[in-house]
Design a binder for this molecule. Sequence first.
Ligand SMILES: Nc1ncnc2c1ncn2[C@@H]1O[C@H](COP(=O)(O)OP(=O)(O)OP(=O)(O)O)[C@@H](O)[C@H]1O
Ligand SMILES: [Mg+2]
Length: 354
Amino acid sequence: MATSADLLAGLAVPAVLVQPDGVPVLANLAAEIFLNASQPALAERGWAAAFGPNSPVETLVQRARNEGNGCAAYDMVLHFSGGRTARADVLVAPVGERPGWLTVAFQTRSVATMVERQVQQQGAARSAVGVAAMLAHEIKNPLSGIRGAAQLLAGVSGEDDKRELTDLIVAEVDRIAKLVDRMESFTDTRTLKMRPENIHEVLGHVRRLAEQGFAQNIEIRERYDPSLPPIAGNRDALVQVFLNLLKNAAEAAGDKGSIKLTTAYRQGLRVRPAGGGPAVSLPLEVRIIDNGPGVPDNLADHVFEPFVTSKRGGTGLGLALVAKIIADHGGLVEYERSGDPAETVFRVLLPVAG
Ligand SMILES: Nc1ncnc2c1ncn2[C@@H]1O[C@H](COP(=O)(O)OP(=O)(O)OP(=O)(O)O)[C@@H](O)[C@H]1O
Ligand SMILES: [Mg+2]
């Protein structure tokens, strides 16, 4: 089995072994080069061989010895005896097998910065993957419509029929272009254009879309408050929000299930934004209610996070997009299981226009 000295010698990181009386008794080659001091010089003169007397490194090691455990100083500026300076993280750790012994490792700043940069790049790559997945999710449907229309086009001869199909292709291409635009708003480089919108008109449109597609066999009931004032919103974005919510409800409720759409004005409901600041009033409430089994328990706290899904072939981006768009509207969306018999409720709260 390798000894501590063997392990130390093999390390590319400058590392020094300190014995219980505080003498830096062993230094690996990387440490000799970094400290510009030989192992015998260190063993004889201590840290002074590298830094002169009373250096911060000596103090740090002393502290670790006094406290009997490890300690670290990050981004420490080291002044060497010869006048050279360097920046490093200095990590002092106990040697498990030998009580009182310590290792001192120097993580030079260039290495530390490299690691940091790598981590940042990984973060960027992750969000790039997120955007790519989102685009795929939102673009697949219009693309299949275009493909179907193009196939039909090859077989029709009448001018009117052709016209109808080419119109459909143009409309779907426009929709993709809009989606791509909205992806840009997802990355926060653009803000949505808001206008006063009638939420019932938006819901009616979404309902018709649903009934022609994924909710063909599902009963959808409405309970609207007709006196609701307009909301300040972006129509396309809101259509996307309620389409995603209705699609989830339809998938959960299943063929014989039912869905309720309700709107209400809740005076006095004020919510403090997550980022702080004064409480805002969110009196407009839209609920999408289904009689399916509800969100699986282990996902309930995470449904609005991207890539959280319980569905085969689901992307888990539907609700993440909903949360993002509603936040852009200054609103809130929440999930709740309530009623008897229990129902699944997604509640959207929005401010009034003006
Ligand atoms: N009405 C609902 N009833 C029960 N569970 C739901 C409901 N809405 C969402 N969920 C749960 O939340 C998860 C995340 O939903 P989200 O819309 O973000 O993604 P998805 O529906 O799984 O995938 P995609 O939207 O890409 O089809 C779902 O997989 C499901 O487990
Ligand atoms: Mg979904």
